[in-house]
Design a protein around this ligand. Sequence first.
Ligand code: FES
Length: 141
Amino acid sequence: MNRRRFINLFFGGSFAATLAAFLYPVIRYILPPKQTEAVQKKVAAAKTGELAPNSAKIFKFGSTPAVLINTQEGKLLAFTAVCTHLTCTVTYETSTGTLYCPCHNGRFDLAGNVISGPPPRPLEAFDVEVEGPDVFVSKKG
Ligand code: FES
């Protein structure tokens, strides 16, 4: 190998390595991995009797927060706790018996419908089942 060929190989290899180091993260960003998050359809949200009437609990439904409510009448309801406006977490407001989003004063009734504020859609409601000592929440349908 002569000197010219060695220098061409050295700089060509360096350029290729630099280009690959730049392009690899860009390509990984543009093409996300095919691995999808496991879709959780049913979770144990609470123990039976854990919630007093007119109280609520935030729990994880898969990777997102959800809220389990025991109404003043003792009925268990569950909704996603992700606001349909800009995804803040909604909470149950005991004084009004509504779901409240503190980010922009969004408010939902206990059917998940928007009462006031900017949220464009109702909250997704979940099914609630009491099975022995546990309260299970699952996706409708
Ligand atoms: S994020 Fe809930 S009202 Fe804006």
